[in-house]
Design a protein around this ligand. Structure first.
Ligand SMILES: Cc1cc2nc3c(=O)[nH]c(=O)nc-3n(C[C@H](O)[C@H](O)[C@H](O)COP(=O)(O)O)c2cc1C
Length: 180
């Protein structure tokens, strides 16, 4: 077998990756920032980890407020997700740009995206540098799903938005569900 070495973009070997829209706000400023580098970190207490570049406006806002939300978009929103990922909330109102509807949060001070299938409201509990990114840990204060989109067995009846690379997204293919 022949192997070839790649010297950059190795991170896309662990894509497609589930993409969420992180929302954060502070003193009247807000943003919607797509995030694909995330993972569950602990069940009890409920913790989620994210890797965010320090240059993001979202980083400024969540550092100032210590709060953020993770909104789970469906693949139908891929174009809007991309639009949020190539603009900054420093210069654009991303709700106006995309037409996403604001939803009031239950536990935090940040707008939520009403078109989401599920939403996690989080309190920032850790933030430390790793290379060119920050490792952020959020404690989940409130987790909600759209009742019509998830059944009792947690099978979603919607297609999540997985990021492949650049402007390319792919839905999970449920017709090829394989049991291990
Ligand atoms: C699908 C997708 C996933 C992304 N994932 C991340 C990520 O995990 N971490 C990160 O720092 N930036 C990520 N980005 C880049 C930010 O979303 C992008 O720089 C955004 O414009 C920042 O907006 P803001 O300045 O308003 O925070 C991603 C972009 C896209 C399109």
């Amino acid at each position: 077998m022949e192997w070839k070495t790649i010297d950059r973009n190795w991170m896309f070997l662990v894509h497609p990756a589930l993409t969420v829209l992180l929302t954060a706000a502070y003193q009247g400023q807000e943003t919607i920032t797509p995030m694909a580098w995330l993972m569950p970190l602990s069940g009890e207490p409920p913790l989620v980890a994210l890797s965010m570049k320090r240059t993001r406006f979202a980083y400024e806002l969540l550092k100032a407020s210590s709060q953020f939300a993770l909104n789970l978009p469906t693949i139908a929103e891929a174009k809007k997700v991309w639009a949020c990922g190539v603009t900054s909330g420093r210069t654009r109102d991303k709700f106006a740009l995309t037409g996403f509807t604001r939803l009031e949060a239950g536990r935090i001070n940040a707008p939520l995206v009403a078109e989401s299938a599920a939403i996690l409201e989080c309190q920032l509990s850790d933030d430390r540098p790793y290379g060119d990114h920050q490792l952020l840990v959020g404690e989940i204060l409130l987790a909600r799903v759209r009742a019509d989109l998830y059944d009792e067995e947690w099978s979603p009846s919607f297609l999540a938005c997985l990021h492949l690379r650049k402007e390319k997204f792919i839905p999970p293919d449920w017709s090829r569900l394989t049991k291990g």
